[in-house]
Design a binder for this molecule. Structure first.
Ligand SMILES: Cc1cc2nc3c(=O)[nH]c(=O)nc-3n(C[C@H](O)[C@H](O)[C@H](O)COP(=O)(O)O)c2cc1C
Length: 363
């Protein structure tokens, strides 16, 4: 029987435990969306995770839901990330970069006056989209999403190539792997939804058509990076960013089969509705587990005691913690000890400096 603390050889990654740090957007990039040395301190503090997953990182300047999230499309960004990955490795850890394209979740205010890109320009629900801008006083505030427009075929091809370049850049920056962000209503998730994807070309229509964008993203990334270094994150039933997939069970059964067929290093299932108090992990597991035999990582409102049970039962192979890792840099040691845990304070979640970022105490 495995426990949270059973070491694991995950396709060549020697993990000391089954605990991951979930991706957490923290909005502390500098000019040119280059990550800063303070982020090296923050990530290195959390290096005792089996895998640290980075904050969502834009693969193109055409993607921006949170101002001052970092990118991975310029040489300066690669150099900035190298400082972070070196610090994590020096502290004994491993780090995967989450590759992000926000698609329709954006605003021309933070996209250099350009319209956000989306599968079909569905804009009946802009008030539900989570877009954040940096105010002149240094605070973050939700700003209005502006209407997206449907991507041309050329833009789809360009975007797929952006993921491949982002993945190659992440490895060049010293990351141990990448995580394709196909969760939480961002671009790949938008293509999967029959509500948001109303295309009549090869990227829409049937289930196969709606899977096509993600399939080509995976294949483009795999052309640059070995499958042992490519994971993926999904959130099948998430209401966040209003994806409204009317056939989520069918869609994500097919996604699980697809991930299985490519032999990716892990499938990360996020129970995003659990943040709002309506967990659906049992349904997620029923949807994906029968079709996926690889390393299944779960996240979302899972406390350490439940995490331990889920790994012992074999329901999950790894558990990722978000807010608990934000506020407890030494989370694995605390779990082993049975606590105590620092509470996550809202201050400094998005933007700012050390406060709420690097100043949480260890045991
Ligand atoms: C401040 C903050 C930033 C987040 N940023 C991301 C992100 O960049 N990518 C992502 O997939 N999820 C993101 N999430 C979601 C978390 O990864 C995780 O799913 C969520 O916190 C629920 O897990 P928890 O109950 O362990 O905190 C974020 C959550 C928080 C609180």
């Amino acid at each position: 029987m495995s426990t949270l603390f059973s070491p694991m050889d995950l396709k060549g990654h020697a993990l000391p435990n089954r605990i991951a740090m979930a991706p957490l957007t923290r909005c502390r990039a500098g000019d040119g969306d280059v990550p800063q040395p303070i982020s090296a301190v923050y990530y290195a503090q959390r290096a005792s995770a089996g895998i640290v997953i980075s904050e969502a990182t834009n693969v193109t300047p055409k993607s921006c839901a949170f101002e001052k999230a970092p990118g991975i499309y310029s040489e300066a960004q690669v150099a900035g990330w190298k400082v972070i990955t070196d610090a994590v490795h020096k502290a004994g850890g491993r780090i995967f970069m989450q590759l992000w394209h926000c698609g329709r979740v954006g605003s021309e205010a933070i996209l250099n006056g350009e319209a956000p890109l989306s599968p079909s320009g569905v804009n009946d629900d802009l008030g539900t989209l989570q877009v954040y801008g940096l105010m002149a006083n240094g605070r973050y505030a939700q700003i209005a999403a502006t209407p997206s427009r449907a991507m041309t075929l050329a833009e789809i091809q360009e975007t797929i190539a952006d993921y491949a370049t982002g993945a190659a850049n992440a490895i060049k920056a010293g990351c141990d792997g990448v995580e394709i962000h196909a969760a939480n209503g961002y671009l790949p998730h938008q293509f999967l939804s029959a509500t948001l994807n109303q295309r009549t070309d090869q990227y829409g229509g049937s289930l196969q058509g709606r899977l096509q964008f993600l399939k080509e993203v995976i294949e483009a990334v795999l052309a640059k990076v070995d499958a042992s270094k490519v994971g993926i994150r999904i959130s099948p039933f998430a209401g966040y960013n209003n994806t409204r997939d009317p056939n989520a069970k069918e869609t994500f059964t097919a996604v699980a089969k697809m991930v299985e067929s490519y032999g990716l290093v892990y499938l990360h299932v996020a129970d995003t509705n659990a943040w709002g108090g309506t967990p659906d992990m049992p349904d997620i597991l029923k949807t994906v587990r029968p079709h996926y035999t690889g390393c299944l990582m779960g996240n979302g409102g899972i406390d350490p005691v439940d995490a331990q049970k889920m790994v012992e039962d074999g329901a999950l192979d790894m558990v990722a913690f978000g807010r608990p890792f934000l506020s407890n840099p030494d989370l694995p040691a605390r779990i082993k000890n049975g606590g105590p845990y620092n509470e996550a304070r809202y201050v400094g979640w998005y933007g700012g400096s050390e406060e709420g970022y690097t100043d949480y105490p260890t045991l």
